[in-house]
Design a protein around this ligand. Structure first.
Ligand SMILES: [Zn+2]
Length: 130
């Protein structure tokens, strides 16, 4: 069943709120990573053990930032599909993606069945458990 105008509005709001929240988080993480990198450099003269630990923390923050940036891109792609009128249609089989699935996972590109097939044939990192 295609999405109703109300459902689309609801999903639009969710996507935009999520994008804003993620964006704020990403900025915070980037600021923190910079600070930690700075203290790592500052501490290097004193103690190489501290430096290694600060580097590790900065690396973890960067991984976190990378994940957030990926999610923001996914959200922006979903918003582009909304604008193009192709949102909520499975990229693989063209079927309508269930509203319940989109509410749980608003950036979904595939219907439940195609996603399962996709995850089975693409054995890389599980991005979504849906
Ligand atoms: Zn499908």
């Amino acid at each position: 069943m295609p999405l109703t105008a109300d459902q689309i509005e609801q999903l639009k709001r969710i996507l935009e709120e999520r994008r804003r929240a993620l964006f704020a988080e990403t900025l915070e993480d980037m600021a923190r990573a910079r600070e930690e990198t700075f203290s790592a450099v500052a501490g290097a003269v004193r103690d190489s053990g501290d430096e290694a630990q600060a580097d590790l923390i900065a690396d973890l923050d960067q991984a976190e930032v990378a994940r957030e940036v990926r999610e923001i891109r996914d959200i922006e792609a979903a918003q582009a599909r909304l604008a193009a009128g192709t949102y909520g249609v499975c990229a693989d089989c063209g079927a309508d993606i269930a509203f319940e699935r989109l509410m749980a996972y608003p950036t979904a590109k595939r219907c439940h069945d195609c996603q399962r097939v996709y995850e089975k044939t693409h054995a890389h990192p599980p991005e979504s458990k849906l």
